[in-house]
Design a protein around this ligand. Structure first.
Ligand code: SAH
Ligand code: SF4
Ligand code: F3S
Length: 433
């Protein structure tokens, strides 16, 4: 039997694309292998949001050359680096056989056929990935069913490659999303995650439905015990969504709302379409409605021309808002983006700012996580723990909980856990029943 190996980098969208690709391959009769040396097909499902991960792809490709003299028939680059670099990939790495962008996934079977004879490439923006055939979709996550509600991004943040790699926004029909949720529930999933680069802009024009209508509808489907969505955009996050988070028990009390920077001048240079005051106000309103919401965010430090004082505005914001978690990155210049033409901040300065941001956030985070000590919370069991405890699962607000129990527990069930200790990135506890 022919075997495939796939490696995925990047965001949840790319992880779901990885599942879709895997499902297509298995439907064609290929079998998965974890060992590259055994594989007849190797696909690298790539991310180009920063330079680091992109460079890794090329060094990985160079390393794989020797396999072409063994079993390896087709070496493919898929995902966002494929979309960004297109034919250039064949020039840079001549032994690559296939290049496929993230919006061309449904073309995989025909591209594989073609790649057996000659180099195969497809980087057009199509809409058929929105309607992936449910009968063949196999999800890799043990408990969470991620569902694409839109693809692409119409924003033009000056640092970002995503609009280039994922194309213009397209939205999936409302009824087809609802149908997929129901199929997932029938398959036994209790947790649903609505996915898109900019979910708040979701709309179904024909049915006159928007993002809040979708949250409303999905949260009332029988069997949806947990509902999440990602990613929101501060400019478009509707306050009605906060009301729904508060009202509906099954909508998780968690919100990822990337702020990117605390300085209004930098936000303007980033073309984020909001300023510091707008973001802080929005957070105040959200906290007023959902008092105990867990907030999460993304930050970029060392954006071109960022001054020390402007960086400190970012520090002030995280101290004021007290996010439960943040993802912070050193600005990375990307090809064809507006910001890459601006004067960069020195690497050493940017690195030092990242450490200061993390140091500050760590203090806040330890404090935020400690609020759970002694409390009993509901955990959806995902599997065995990597640490000493037996089990690992997640709370409603997305925290990793490692815990013990005196009985045998089952993945994908909810358990009540008493938290005995809190750490920087996780909680520890024991099951109570
Ligand atoms: N659609 C989402 C996230 C897209 S990419 C949003 O609008 O927020 C995920 C994160 O990567 C971004 O939030 C940003 O913080 C970071 N990022 C994107 N481009 C980057 C770049 N050129 N350098 C550093 N970080 C970047
Ligand atoms: Fe990139 Fe901005 Fe779109 Fe997010 S909203 S994907 S950061 S362009
Ligand atoms: Fe990376 Fe593409 Fe996602 S660039 S973050 S994999 S949309």
């Amino acid at each position: 039997m022919q075997k495939y190996f796939i490696k995925t980098w990047g965001c949840q969208m790319n992880v779901l694309d990885g599942d879709k690709i895997t499902s297509l391959l298995e439907n064609l009769g290929y079998e998965k292998t974890e060992n590259m040396e055994d594989a007849n097909i190797i696909l690298l499902n790539t991310c180009s949001v920063r330079e680091g991960p992109e460079n890794k792809v090329f060094s990985e490709l160079m390393r794989l050359k020797y396999l072409k003299e063994k079993n390896l028939e087709i070496l493919g680059v898929v995902g966002c680096v494929a979309q960004q670099e297109k034919e250039e990939i064949f020039k840079k790495v001549p032994f690559v056989d296939l290049v496929m962008g993230p919006r061309s996934i449904m073309q995989l079977p025909s591209l594989l056929n073609q790649a057996k004879e000659q180099k195969a490439i497809e980087t057009s923006f199509r809409e058929d990935t929105l309607q992936f055939p449910q009968e063949i979709l196999k999800r890799s996550h043990p408990t969470k069913a991620s569902i694409t509600i839109m693809e692409g991004c119409n924003k033009r943040c000056t640092y970002c490659v995503v609009p280039e790699t994922r194309g213009k926004e397209v939205y999936r029909p409302f009824d087809s999303i609802v149908e997929e949720v129901k199929i997932c529930i029938d398959k036994g999933y209790k947790e649903i995650e609505l996915l898109g680069q900019n979910v708040n802009c979701y709309r179904d024009i024909k049915k006159r439905k928007d993002f809040c209508d979708l949250l409303d509808e999905v949260s009332t489907i029988d069997g949806v015990k947990r509902l999440r969505f990602i990613t929101s955009h501060p400019r478009h996050f509707p306050i009605e969504a906060a009301k729904l988070i508060f009202e509906r028990e099954n909508i998780c009390k968690f919100l990822h709302l990337p702020m990117q920077a605390g300085s209004s001048r930098i936000l303007k240079l980033m073309k984020r379409q909001y300023d510091r005051e707008f973001y802080l106000n929005l957070i105040d309103k959200i906290k007023e409605i959902v008092k105990d919401i867990a907030l999460s965010s993304d930050f970029i430090v060392g954006f071109p021309t960022e001054s020390e004082a402007e960086f400190e505005e970012t520090l002030e914001c995280i101290k004021k808002i007290k996010f439960d978690t943040i993802f912070s990155f050193i600005y990375s210049p990307r090809p064809k983006t507006e910001a890459s033409k601006l004067k960069p901040v020195e690497k050493e300065i940017a690195k030092a700012r990242l450490s200061r941001l993390l140091e500050e956030q760590n203090k806040i985070q330890i404090e935020r996580f400690s609020r759970y000590s002694g409390k009993e919370i509901e955990v959806l069991l995902e599997g065995k723990s990597k640490k000493g405890e037996q089990y690992m699962g997640r709370s409603d607000d997305n925290k990793v909980v490692n815990f013990t129990s005196s009985r045998e527990l089952k993945v994908n069930n909810f358990y009540k856990v008493k938290i005995t200790e809190s750490f920087l990135h996780s909680l520890k506890g024991e099951e109570v029943f």
